[in-house]
Design a binder for this molecule. Structure first.
Ligand SMILES: *Cc1c(COP(=O)(O)O)cnc(C)c1O
Length: 363
């Protein structure tokens, strides 16, 4: 039995008829950009997260860079970002010419809240948290710090749709919560998509202007904006999936509980969830000192895995100009050398999970 690290086709098959009906309905409607489906999705996603506003966008990266743009963060400003994240989080900052200041992760892979204060300078304008692998960051402590130092807070929720901290959904703590609906995300579409959520009327209005060439009124352009509109087809298909989000999240949690209970191998370090936090298990990430051996062993058994992520942003060629070098963020670098995401997807069968567990225990 061949097992892939992720199976997007299963997510489609779960609600195939609903997706197909919705797709046909949109195709036949004659309206393909910024119409009723986007408006309805925005209402439904705002309500799902418990936010006042949602604004649909073309991608998660757009959500991030537009968030900092609208908050007026740019050249000369510093933004505190997790060293251990997907590089898109950092790009959201650097596209605006602001400077990322990295903070090392805790044992839950998220930015270590106790290390943030030491990274704050006179130029710090904002904190970007990333709820990595689906687990909420330590938001009580981070909110306190942002209040104490009068910092803006942006949340990268590209991996945490539906994850709570202390009863409140990720995305609703900061000034702006940024989401991606890339197909492999927990709430994934069938192409690119993104959104922000916010309580702030002005931020929502500005975002609607920015996503449409900086125009509130047709052919009147206030700023150099972007073309970052969520399209009707994606919005319609996302509405179908959103209606099933609770059961999809429950399924991932069941898969994770079973992995945690049944993987028993002292060579492997299993993921932990912080007290008060919640994970929606975007990835189930283990660590292993002999990672390459483990990957090869699993490959022999036709079990696929992925490394999230092999090169941390500070060592990426894209950020060579920032001047970081190996050894600057040792915790992050150690994670990059040892983490491995094992198969985790909606529609995973018991037999598939049995095979993964058996292989990991036999390694
Ligand atoms: C996927 C992802 C993004 C980018 O989202 P896109 O829709 O692909 O632009 C940003 N941050 C994190 C943490 C992600 O996982």
């Amino acid at each position: 039995m061949k097992i892939m690290p992720n199976r997007l086709d299963r997510g489609f098959e779960l609600y195939q008829q609903e997706f197909e009906e919705k797709a046909l309905q949109v195709l036949r409607s004659g309206w393909y950009v910024l119409g009723r489906e986007v408006e309805e999705f925005e209402k439904e996603f705002a309500s799902y997260t418990g936010s006042k506003h949602c604004v649909g966008l073309a991608s998660g990266l757009d959500a991030l860079w537009l968030a900092f743009r609208i908050l007026g963060i740019g050249k000369g400003d510093e933004v505190i970002v997790p060293a251990n994240t997907y590089i898109a989080s950092v790009m959201g900052v650097t596209i605006n010419d602001a400077t990322p200041v990295f903070v090392e992760p805790d044992e839950y892979y998220n930015m270590d809240a106790d290390a943030i204060e030491a990274a704050i300078t006179e130029r710090t304008k904002a904190v970007l948290v990333v709820h990595l692998y689906g687990q909420a960051c330590r938001m009580d402590k981070i909110m306190d710090l942002c209040q104490k130092y009068n910092l803006r807070l942006v949340e990268d929720c590209a991996q945490s749709h539906g994850a709570f901290f202390d009863g409140r959904m990720t995305g609703t703590f900061g000034d702006i919560g940024c989401f991606s609906f890339y197909p492999s995300k927990n709430l994934g579409g069938f192409g690119d998509g993104g959104a922000i959520v916010t309580e702030d009327d002005k931020i929502a209005e500005d975002m609607k202007m920015y996503r449409n060439y900086g125009s509130r009124k047709r052919y009147y352009n206030e700023v150099v904006g972007a073309n970052s509109r969520l399209d009707e087809l994606q919005a319609g298909l996302l509405r179908v999936r959103l209606a099933h989000m609770d059961e999809l999240t429950e399924e991932r949690k069941r898969l994770a509980v079973r992995y945690t209970a049944e993987i028993k191998n002292p060579k492997l370090i299993l993921p932990q969830v912080r007290e008060g936090a919640d994970s929606v298990w975007h990835q189930y990430v283990i660590r292993c000192k002999d990672r390459q051996k483990l990957i090869d062993y699993l490959n022999e058994k036709e079990i696929g895995t992925i490394i999230h992520y092999p090169i941390p942003p500070h060592l990426s060629e894209a950020y060579a100009y920032l001047g970081w070098k190996a050894g600057d963020y040792p915790v992050t670098e150690n994670y990059a050398d040892t983490v491995l995401s094992i198969p985790m997807y909606n529609g995973m069968t018991t037999e598939e999970q049995d095979a993964v567990i058996a292989a990991l225990n036999a390694f």
